[in-house]
Structure formats: C-alpha cells, structure tokens
Design a protein around this ligand. Structure first.
Ligand code: FMN
Length: 384
C-alpha cells in the first residue's frame, strides 16, 4: 500500500521496532528500514531487513526521496535533536532531510532526558514544523525508573501510521456499515438452506471503505475469505442475525447491503438432526424480514443506502431500477447472476450502478476495483 521509511535509533526499545516492522508488513506496506549505528548496538540491521523482506545489502538511497511516510521508532534524544536542527550524519537523518511527506516520531528515552529543556525545545521545533508524535508513554523504564519516556506500543504506533496514511476524502471518519456473504437458515441442527455467495464483494467493499478512512462495521454471514484488518466484524450467520445487527446500526452514514440474506427460511427448524430414512421430507419456507426495505423506510436525511440486485439479463436492470424506488435506496448495484464468469463466488464482477438519474456499467474487473467504483459513486452521492 504505502512505502514507509522506518528509522530505528539507539535505545533499548529498538527491539520493539521489530514487532512494528512485522505489523507494517502484515498491513501490506513496503518497509525500508533505516537503522542508525547506535541502534545496531541493540538489534542488527539484518534483523529488520529480514522482517521487512528486503535484501540485506540493498542500496536504500533510491527509496529515500520516494516515500509516503517517515517513521522514527524508537527516536532517541540524540536523533530528536538532529531532526530539529537538520543534522544529516547517517542514513536516517539524511533521509529525514530529503523526505517531503509526513513524519511520525515515537520518542523513547529516560524521563529526565525527555523533560530536559533542550529536548522540550527540540520537540517544540518539530511540532511547529508539522512533525507528528506518538507517545512517549508513562511507565517503568528498562533501568527501573518510573516516568514519561517509554516508547508507545507498536500497536499504538500502527494506529497513528494508519491515520496518517489515510487520504483526505468524503468517507474519512464516516461510519460505513457493510454486509457480506450468504446466510444459512437452519432446517435442523446440522442442515441449512443457503446460497453460493462467498462474501468477496462485501469484504472488498469493507476493505476499500477502511482504506478511505471510514470506520467500518462488517456484518459477515459465513464469508469464505479473510476479513480485512481494522474493520469491526460482527458475525451474522442467519438472516435474523443480520436483520437484528443491521437495524442496531441503522444510523450509519453509509449502509451497503452486499450480502445475500435468504429471502425464505424454513418455517419450523428442528432442534435435533432428522434421522435419515426413505420417506420424503417437505420443508415449508416462510419469507424473511426484508432488511433493505426496512432500512430504506428508516433512512434519514444525508444517509446513503446501497443495495445489491442479483438478477439476470436485460430485464434484470429494469427490476433493479424498480427496486431502487421500492426500497428507498440511493444506489442499486446490479450483478448478473446468470453469468459464470462474474458474480457469485467469483473473484471478478461486472455491475451496473443504478441511481435515480443514471445507469452506469462498470466493466468486468477484480472485485477490489468494482468496490472502488461503487464507493466512488457513494462519495458522489454524499457530495450531493
Ligand atoms: C544501554 C543503553 C541504552 C540507551 N537507551 C537510550 C534510550 O532509550 N533513549 C535515548 O535517547 N538514548 C539512549 N541511549 C543513548 C543512545 O544510544 C546514544 O545517545 C546514541 O548516540 C544514539 O544514537 P542514534 O540516535 O544515532 O541512534 C542508550 C545507550 C545505552 C548504552
């Protein structure tokens, strides 16, 4: 996702930068470790190169001027002073002068060093220059002293990094509710009525909304893929679960119902397993709550409601248009489930975005790209 220069300087907390490197790589970022000679006394540069999956003898200079973010964690009093005064005597401090994007500093030092007038003045200089800080926290130092000076925990630094990497846009800070997957309606204690939805489309939408800075809740009905990092996942295996959890969050700024909740469920599910025998078994199905319709009837001013229409052929688009009006939605995403190459349980999709004034076809593409096109449309609607 982003290219991050990770400066590591000479404090005991350098070992915690190993965990930070791992978390950043797991988050999908390209990490370029810049380890000072002071830090090498604590953790070898090779360790960071291995964790960042980079060649040990790589020439880092070509990366220095093309990074999205510079992070210094831990940042010693010494490096803090160099950053404040523009001293460039090692690869990290050189990079800091060459770098033009945001910088995040996680100081780590003895509480008396942190409280010293020289350090206070350096922090003030860096603050005035727009440098971001995370920590230091209060706690026990490695040498046993108590006070403010402990480096922020890697997970806390990761949150600060994610915030800095979010591009400003209409979805930033908005609550986006997304549903994904297909519900399973019990017939007895082991059997169910289900559908082929894998949840890929909804999961791609949740990931894209998170990438755009939204606070995302994902209602996950038996999804077959991993759920994205940084998203609040609520498991909703049945349509009743999904309805309850969706209605509890019906005040979200944007609601995208991408799941395939069952339209019908067994009227009376057995609580035990029906033994196998030679007689036929007739199961009566009853309609489930129409989640999209209920959300549409409750839709408040300014809220954007998106529904999906899994239908077939030319007349499918017409039915999607009727659905837009009937369900009080702002956007219906039509996907043709009669095709084998897109839609249900497929990595690709091709959709028609049906809004009050227009119809727009988004050509076949991976679901991540389709998700981006859908959220572009949501942003247009949010803009009015
Ligand atoms: C065992 C030990 C632990 C240290 N821990 C810190 C620390 O937590 N914070 C700090 O500012 N300096 C600490 N220092 C001092 C720095 O290592 C020293 O200032 C060094 O020059 C920093 O270089 P750098 O900022 O280029 O990495 C420590 C020194 C030693 C020997």
């Amino acid at each position: 996702m982003a290219r991050i220069l990770l400066g590591v300087t000479g404090g005991i907390a350098a070992y915690k930068a190993c965990e930070l490197t791992r978390l950043l790589v797991k988050d999908g970022h390209e990490v370029v470790p810049l380890v000072t000679p002071g830090a090498e006394r604590f953790v070898r540069a090779e360790t960071f190169h291995a964790l960042a999956r980079r060649p040990p003898a790589e020439d880092v200079y070509p990366h220095l001027t093309r990074a999205d973010l510079l992070v210094v964690a831990p940042c010693t009093a010494n490096t803090l002073a160099k950053l404040a005064h523009g001293i460039a005597d090692n690869v990290l401090t050189e990079a800091a002068l060459a770098h033009r994007g945001p910088t995040l500093v996680a100081p780590a030092m003895n509480p008396r060093m942190w409280a010293h007038a020289a350090t206070r003045a350096n922090v003030e200089t860096l603050n005035a220059r727009g440098i971001h800080f995370v920590g230091p926290d209060e706690g026990e130092m490695a040498e046993g002293e108590w006070g403010v000076g402990r480096m922020a925990e890697p997970a806390e630094i990761l949150v600060a990094i994610r915030e800095l990497l979010i591009p400003p846009g209409p979805l930033r800070g908005k609550h986006v509710l997304v549903s994904a997957g297909g519900t399973r309606e019990p017939i007895d204690s082991v059997r169910y009525v289900g559908n082929r939805s894998s949840g890929r489309m909804g999961v791609a939408l949740a990931a894209e909304a998170r990438r755009r800075g939204a606070n995302v809740t994902l209602l996950a009905a038996n999804v077959a893929v991993d759920t994205p990092e940084g998203v609040d996942v609520v498991l909703t295996p049945t349509s009743e679960d999904m309805a309850r959890e969706a209605f509890a969050r019906s005040d979200a700024d944007v609601v995208v119902m991408a799941a395939a909740p069952a339209d019908y469920r067994p009227a009376a599910a057995r609580t035990d397993k029906r033994p196998k025998d030679t007689s036929t078994w007739t199961v009566e199905l009853e309609p489930t709550t129409d989640i999209l319709l209920t959300l549409g009837e409750q839709r408040r001013d300014g809220q954007v409601l998106v529904g999906f229409a899994a239908d077939a052929g030319e007349t499918g688009v017409e039915r999607a248009r009727a659905k837009l009006v009937r369900k009080h939605a702002n956007l219906i995403v039509f996907n043709d489930v009669s095709r084998d190459d897109v839609g249900f349980d497929n990595p690709d999709n091709e959709v028609v975005l049906v809004t009050a004034g227009a119809e727009r076809t988004v050509a076949r593409a991976p679901k991540a790209e389709i998700a981006a096109a859908i959220l572009d449309e949501v942003e247009r609607i949010l803009h009015g």
